[in-house]
Write a protein that binds this ligand. Sequence first.
Ligand code: 13P
Ligand code: SF4
Length: 300
Amino acid sequence: MDIREEIVRLKNKKRAIILAHNYQRDEIQEIADYTGDSLGLSKKAASIQDKELIVFCGVYFMAETAKILSPDKKVIIPDRGAGCPMADMITAQQVREFRNKYPGSVVVCYVNSTAEVKAESDMCCTSANAVQVVLSLPADKTILFVPDRYLGDFVRKKTSRNIVCWKGFCPTHARVTRDMVLAARKKHPNAVVLVHPECTEDVVDAADEAMSTGQMIAYVKKSGRTEFIIGTEKGILYQLKKENPRKDFYLVGKDVICPNMKKIDLQKLLVSLQEEQDEVVVAPAIMERARKAISAMLLL
Ligand code: 13P
Ligand code: SF4
């Protein structure tokens, strides 16, 4: 039997749902029941009723978030080693120390963080709602934004709030440079430049818009324009091309690839479903506190 057929057979037999991030390999996005950005995936995980098993194709913090929002379901990830280097750039202890340095501050954590870090935070955000989350907080509060310094810079500019950033960053988006954007513009003068706010400030400034991957997909679909320069991870091209076969997309640089997002393939997905491994487990005390921070953003 074809590997795809076997995955679908097992998925149905085990009452499983396959969730995938927009950066996953094309064949994973193709077989998934739902593909989205971090916010969309969180909302989806929180609303699953009729399934027993969630197979999460993404990086570990995303699977952990799904578990926190759907604690009664078994959540598995086909490669436990698919981490996010940015999420590992701050620990729970460092959040506590950061907070102690700024008494009375509010800690906002980007969803690209561990469950332990979320548990130490007041509110979580994704790149799709970071501006909204910060604007929902009292204007006189100092906001400690962890771990992404560039998303934090982006939000500070949009909101004029007093934001102190942790010095984390995404190694994949940090590879995008202003010169790459300018060169791509020169080559494709009619294209709209869309970048992810994990890119550096000068890259965001050189682009037309900065937004989450889900927002990019929605933007392109609605736009009357036909050419787009894309400043985020290559995997997003799958959804963009699928939904807009008559539009043209140019990745800003050929190396904008997140190696962790590419760790999951069909073979690993099959084995994961067969063995129901690796199970994502979060300690109950951490889970409760982390859920508060995530739920606060979902309620906005
Ligand atoms: P999105 O939430 O925009 O999909 O981004 C997730 C991510 O990891 C970006 O690097
Ligand atoms: Fe983490 Fe960057 Fe990969 Fe997103 S693209 S999962 S932020 S390393």
